[in-house]
Design a protein around this ligand. Structure first.
Ligand code: IMP
Ligand code: MG
Length: 178
């Protein structure tokens, strides 16, 4: 299979565009059949922009909404080194049924932070949907409601995921070539 180079590292195709689309069809079916009422999907930027766009076209729950957040690790002009706040949440989340859309869950540190920030907004319920999951890297107890595909601990890029900001535009998902 064709390889690609980003910042002098070589990657090979791991999950093809076709497979991604099958995974997303199946996730959308599960979410559509899960009994969610008036859900507010929240996609975590930047990585989940393609996943969110593709899955939302297949969600047919009445009165569903989508919004986007980005995490900030800055406090004033200094980085704190840890994820601190949600930027872009301009709406009232009180009593909403939230579905977080993530591109990938690795250690789960980011997820845990997002959940603690959402809980402060007094949401009714939080479900989690992630395209990719690395079970061997996951360190948290938080159950993940919808998993597209579990993968080994390889570093992956493409379809929204980046290697130092490159590769987000690629239609397939690639893994680092050994
Ligand atoms: P966590 O907080 O360790 O779960 O990592 C979550 C974030 O790390 C993801 O949202 C990605 O931005 C990034 N990340 C984790 N694994 C990968 C990978 O294999 N490729 C690209 N980014 C990754
Ligand atoms: Mg991310």
């Amino acid at each position: 299979m064709k390889t690609i180079t980003l910042h002098n590292k070589t990657f090979e195709v791991s999950i093809s565009e076709n497979e991604i689309s099958e995974i997303i069809n199946s996730m959308a079916n599960q979410i559509n059949n899960s009994g969610l009422k008036n859900p507010l999907f929240i996609a975590v930027l930047n990585g989940s922009f393609l996943f969110a766009a593709d899955i939302m076209r297949q969600i047919n729950i009445p009165n569903c909404e989508i919004s986007f957040i980005k995490l900030s690790s800055y406090s004033g002009t200094k980085t704190t080194g840890s994820v601190q706040e949600l930027i872009g949440l301009g709406q009232n989340l009180k009593n909403r049924n939230i579905v977080i859309l993530e591109d990938i869950i690795d250690t789960g540190i980011t997820l845990e932070k997002i959940i603690s920030l959402l809980k402060k907004e007094n949401v009714a319920d939080i479900k989690i949907a992630t395209l990719l999951f690395k079970p061997d890297a996951y360190t948290k107890e938080i159950p993940i409601d919808f998993i597209g595909k579990s993968i080994t601990n390889d570093f992956v890029v493409g379809y929204g995921l980046d290697y130092n900001e490159l590769g987000r535009n690629l239609p397939h998902i690639y893994k680092l070539k050994e």
